[in-house]
Write a protein that binds this ligand. Structure first.
Ligand code: UDP
Length: 239
């Protein structure tokens, strides 16, 4: 059973369990997708029904950051641990590399996915990069066809939220891949275009603050964080 945090149902898994489940999905029948919402996306889902359906319709819903973990604990239904999308992706690539599975990278500005592909192929020997495409395309069909033609087992869809969740729900089946993962700005990090917060900041639940200092334009989006806390407190009172 999923743990409800303001209308988004999260799977209560450790990182190891989440990666095991993802590998089962890759080896299973049909298409599946993974989402990794943070408080900002939970707030988007409260306002946007299509986004909420796409997020809750995922086969794995993993809490990306400390905010969701704190929120779930405040509501009296704690989640086991945070499973940041980018770390989940790293573990998944390790496992895929061992089995020689193939990965398609979709998203980010032109050139970034290719750069990420080079770095990931070097970092995870055995992992096959099936192809890449930037995230600034107008029509879905040619992109879906390119992924299908590549024969990829898995696709990292990095278009930002909720665009990537809506995209996976609509186009996932036609890609022929068995697993799609919505991973926000991860390709920028894999390519080395954007740095992740140093360990100190993430260990103290302050990765969001580090990102805000580096990219002050995020302030508008981050105002959703205090709103999330207000909504959690309101929800707690109702219980
Ligand atoms: N992006 C994209 N297509 C779009 C809009 C965004 O490929 O139409 C990419 C953008 O270049 C960035 C990622 O999606 O690489 C979103 O990054 P952001 O840091 O906003 O996502 P988060 O990790 O916070 O969800």
């Amino acid at each position: 059973m999923r743990i409800d945090v303001l209308g988004v149902g999260f799977d209560n898994l450790t990182m190891g369990e989440a990666v095991d489940r993802a590998m089962e999905l890759i080896h299973g029948e049909g298409v599946h997708y993974v989402v990794t919402p943070n408080p900002e996306i939970v707030e988007v889902c409260r306002e946007n029904l299509a986004a909420k359906i796409a997020v809750n319709g995922a086969d794995l819903v993993l809490p990306d950051g400390i905010g969701v973990i704190k929120g779930a604990a405040m509501l009296g239904t704690p989640l086991k641990e945070r499973t940041p999308g980018i770390e989940f992706a790293g573990h998944l690539m390790e496992r895929m590399a061992v089995e020689g599975l193939s990965l398609y990278l979709l998203g980010a500005k032109p050139g970034v996915a290719e750069q990420a592909a080079e770095k990931l192929a070097a970092q995870y020997p055995g992992l096959k990069i099936a192809g890449t495409h930037d995230g600034y395309f107008k029509e879905d069909a040619p992109v879906v066809e390119a992924i299908a033609a590549s024969g990829a087992d898995c696709v990292f869809v990095c278009l930002g939220a909720p665009k990537q969740e809506l995209w996976m729900r609509k186009n996932g089946a036609a890609t022929g891949a068995r697993l799609l993962c919505g991973l926000g700005g991860s390709l920028d990090v894999f390519a080395g275009v954007v740095e992740r917060a140093p360990k100190f900041w993430s260990d103290h639940g302050l990765e969001w603050f580090y990102r805000l200092c580096k990219e002050p334009r995020r302030i508008g989006r981050m105002m959703k964080l205090p709103l999330f806390l207000v909504h959690i407190k309101q929800e707690k009172k109702k219980k």
